[in-house]
Write a new protein. Structure first.
Length: 534
């Protein structure tokens, strides 16, 4: 609902995208965006008479309509008459990047007999389809299969398949695919970017399901001649192994729209529809995407979500996406003083049995829920686990939990002293947040005693990529890289410090921005404090 003059008669504007995961924005006559309580699928609001612009958005695509409100008390309807043609790695129809010469082959490739991994029973399937949707099929020089530098690894990093050697490549149609029979669990896509830089993305294979991974590729000559894979913007679907990929399936298209909506944190669904939550039986990842969007609503329907969680757990098992969803539901429940044992009984039962989250989820929004939960339960993300280790190497801006190893930053990796800095955490719900805030206040007080001197020394005292990121976000005036640049110009350094407020940052806000597990964040703050007083 937009803020309007209570004395001014209003008209009602109803905007319907006909797709509950399409973003809606309403702009006034000065093209200022009107704040909305929810902005996905359908929007109803009362406005003063005038001319408004209605925008329907999905990813980078946008459709605009003009709405003229002239008569107070009258309702004006603005509908999106045709679906927005989004760009997506999935060769599903009704998108801007679908081509029949890639869509139908993807369908066929998903149905071929899968290659078995040595020693695996093959109770789950992994289908990987890479394509160049923008290149000219007649230009064979632009698609070089032997230039792929992608491996499919187990969770310990051991390579199981080499994509260039083991996949099927259709050079004239600019696509490649591989279909694997694997045991249920976590598998890591490892892309070699050259010069020792490795980019990773985890995907989960579940019993009796086919996990489908789609990504765009392009030939690059820098830093080395290779087919570069856009792992940060890949898409994931799921289907029963006997069904495979179908470019005409409506739920596959809806999953892509939902994933794009999930990629923008400001997108909040209204309460009109929950259809996506019940289409999960044929494509559970659509249910996952819809459930995480549902968590953003002003009012969570806990009875519905309790059942949805139970069904998703039954379909997929205790994969991190499901467990993190449960943690998010409990967080919202505690915030709203809900009787979680009654209203979320199935969630509580599963989480009590599942224990810790030692492997990273696939979705960044799921990781954020794990981080928030780890503040109240510091054992949730175990020290030294893969989930904790990748936290130091997360790529910013990705909708996925993608991480990268860069040998040039090896000298910055945190040493063992972080595990020696034990803050003696006494965990109660909310207690860790209070402890983090106390540490932030104490560090701010140390800085305020002599900010120029502290800034001059901080570059030598703070090391490690995680500690550096924490300092940059919590105390930007002490960013070691900036201090080093200004090392010979004390006046500019002093002026820079004065530009920033030395007031301690808000603990809850810092937790959300750093995306670090609670135990690790506490230890880092203790270490920073100790280094400042040493």
């Amino acid at each position: 609902m937009s803020p309007s003059n209570p004395q001014q008669p209003t008209a009602r504007l109803v905007c319907n995208a006909r797709d509950e995961h399409v973003e809606i924005a309403v702009l006034d006559g000065r093209l200022r965006e009107i704040p909305l309580l929810d902005n996905l699928g359908m929007v109803e609001l009362d406005l003063e008479p005038g001319v408004y612009v209605v925008q329907f958005r999905s990813g980078s695509e946008k459709v605009e309509r003009i709405a003229t409100l002239t008569t107070p008390g009258k309702t004006v309807y603005v509908d999106l008459d045709q679906p927005i043609e989004i760009a997506t790695p999935v060769p599903v129809f009704r998108t801007r990047t679908s081509h029949e010469y890639q869509s139908y082959p993807a369908q066929g490739a998903s149905m071929v007999n899968p290659q078995p991994a040595p020693g695996h029973q093959g109770e789950g399937k992994l289908f990987l389809f890479l394509r160049d949707p923008f290149g000219n099929p007649d230009d064979l020089s632009g698609y070089v299969p032997e230039a792929f530098r992608l491996k499919i690894c187990d969770e310990k990093g051991m390579a199981l398949f080499d994509f260039a050697a083991d996949a099927h490549h259709q050079r004239d149609q600019r696509w490649s695919s591989i279909h694997l029979a694997l045991d249920p669990g976590l598998y890591i896509l490892e892309s070699d970017l050259g010069e020792g830089r490795l980019r990773h993305q985890g995907v989960y294979v579940c019993r009796d399901w086919q996990t489908q991974v789609f990504a765009n590729v392009a030939l690059s000559d820098w830093p080395e001649h290779q087919m570069v894979i856009d792992l940060e913007n890949l898409s994931l679907l799921m289907a029963r192994p006997g069904m495979g990929f179908d470019p005409e399936r409506e739920d596959f298209h809806l999953a892509e729209v939902a994933l794009k909506a999930l990629s923008t944190s400001g997108n909040i669904p209204g309460a009109q529809r929950t259809d996506m939550l019940w289409m999960k039986f044929e494509n559970p990842l659509l249910g996952i995407y819809a459930a995480y969007l549902h968590l953003r609503r002003k009012r969570v329907i806990y009875g519905l979500m309790n059942d949805v969680f139970h069904n998703l757990h039954g379909l997929l098992g205790p994969i991190p996406e499901v467990l993190c969803l449960g943690q998010g539901l409990l967080r919202r429940g505690y915030e709203e003083h809900l009787n979680v044992n009654a209203e979320l009984s199935r969630v509580v039962e599963v989480l009590n049995l599942s224990g810790s989250i030692s492997r990273p989820p696939m979705l960044r929004c799921a990781w954020q829920e794990a981080v928030q939960a780890s503040i109240a339960d510091h054992e949730l993300i175990p020290t030294g686990s893969l989930a904790e280790r990748v936290a130091a190497q997360l790529l910013g801006g990705s909708r996925w939990v993608a991480w990268q190893h860069d040998p040039e930053l090896d000298f910055l990796i945190d040493g063992g002293d972080i595990d020696d800095a034990d803050p003696r955490i006494a965990v109660t719900r909310g207690g860790a947040v209070k402890q983090i805030q106390e540490l932030l206040d104490e560090i701010s007080e140390l800085i305020n005693r002599d900010p120029v001197a502290v800034a001059g020394e901080i570059a030598e005292k703070i090391s490690g990529p995680v500690a550096l990121r924490l300092v940059q976000q919590a105390f930007p005036q002490l960013d070691p890289f900036t201090i080093r640049l200004l090392a010979k110009d004390e006046k500019r350094r002093t002026r820079l410090i004065d530009l920033f407020s030395l007031q301690a940052p808000d603990a809850q806000n810092l937790i959300s921005r750093t995306r670090l597990p609670g135990r690790r964040l506490l230890k880092l703050l203790v270490r920073i404090r100790e280094e400042l007083v040493s």
